[in-house]
Design a protein around this ligand. Structure first.
Ligand code: ZN
Length: 344
């Protein structure tokens, strides 16, 4: 049985079009494109046509940076003290919300245990509703470092190696490191380079040996440079980029995940947050857009991530895409314009 869905607009991953058709066979998309080019139903085969007037379809979106165990409440510090059981329940609820907002793959970059790895397995088996999840289990950070509230603290190359092995042993599909301090929480500030080259290399070697990618949280340029030199696969936030760092990131083919929406939310929420947090947020926000724009111009790969759960609520995930700088906005821009033209 084939189902033919006629929609007003479609973005197929490369271009946007009006008057489109999606053909579904045996529960899978068999064809999508301009209606005039849609394949005819072979003689003798049953077909049913569904007219979705005013509808606009896009491929499943990918959110490369999320924290499913956190709600994104204003009181971040209180939320990080939650039990593993509470975190597991929130993770299920937020995963379902994520899928229902159009995101079909999400990376979970740090939780207070291995509950998101378990959730990913349940979703994969079809036991629970949710997107495909690539979970890091616990993020690895220095004593006094950013993320220490929920992370796995490790100092020295041997300890970092052990911490990386621990996450892989519980089923982590990506490793999350904290190469610099950050904005929220009691840990060190954004400019501090946390891990040394020796420690970073130990984590990278161990992750790659197990066949998983490794990404790192980094604001300050020095931390980003150490991570890039040591073979990190991607950098989260990347707020304080300068030209030498951009050149190195490009040369080492490191991808960036800017997470603009988290900073915007922190600044918008100013009155509810400690003065220390606001000072840090303003410091990193001033250079962020400009740095990412230069990196994009230099040909650095840039992926979308919202940091949902950390200052941003999960239901806001999609709105955050519109905050990518102008040149990176092809998908959501064209989609929105087509949607207006095609329907209402
Ligand atoms: Zn994060």
């Amino acid at each position: 049985m084939r189902t033919v869905i006629e929609i007003d607009g479609l973005f197929d991953g490369t271009s946007a079009m009006s008057d489109a058709t999606i053909v579904i066979e045996d529960g899978e998309i068999a064809w999508a494109g301009k209606r005039s080019r849609a394949p005819k139903t072979p003689k003798g085969e049953k077909s049913r046509t569904v007219r979705a007037a005013g509808g606009f379809a896009v491929p499943g979106l990918i959110n490369c940076h999320s924290h499913l165990t956190l709600e994104g409440s204003a009181n971040f510090e209180a939320e990080t003290r939650q039990s593993e059981a509470a975190a597991a329940l929130k993770a299920f609820r937020n995963a379902r919300l994520t899928l229902r907002s159009g995101v079909t793959t999400v990376r979970d970059l740090g939780a207070n245990g291995s509950m998101v790895v378990e959730l990913a397995r349940h979703i994969e088996r079809g036991a629970l509703e949710g997107p495909r999840i690539i979970a890091a289990a616990r993020g690895i950070t220095i004593t006094g470092g950013h993320g220490m509230e929920v992370g796995r603290i490790a100092d020295g190359a041997d300890a970092v190696r052990a911490a990386t092995r621990e996450q892989i042993a519980v089923g982590a599909m990506v490793i999350k490191l904290f190469s610099t301090g950050g904005v929220l929480g009691e840990g060190a500030g954004p400019e501090l380079a946390a891990y040394t080259p020796d420690e970073t290399r130990a984590a990278v070697d161990e992750a790659h040996r197990a066949g998983v990618r490794i990404t790192t949280h980094a604001h300050g340029a020095e931390g980003m440079r150490i991570a890039a030199e040591c073979g990190i696969d991607s950098i989260e936030h990347a707020t304080l980029l300068d030209q030498p760092t951009i050149r190195l990131i490009k040369e080492k083919d490191v991808a960036l995940v800017p997470t603009f929406s988290a900073l915007r939310r922190i600044i918008d929420n100013g009155s509810a947050l400690p003065a220390r947090v606001m000072e840090r947020a303003r410091l990193v926000a001033t250079k962020h857009q400009e740095g990412i724009r230069s990196a994009h111009k230099a040909g650095v790969r840039i992926a979308a991530g919202t940091d949902a759960g950390y200052a941003v609520q999960h239901a806001r995930a999609l709105r955050a895409r519109a905050r990518l700088p102008r040149r990176g906005r092809t998908l959501s821009d064209r989609g929105a314009r087509r949607g207006d033209a095609g329907g209402r």
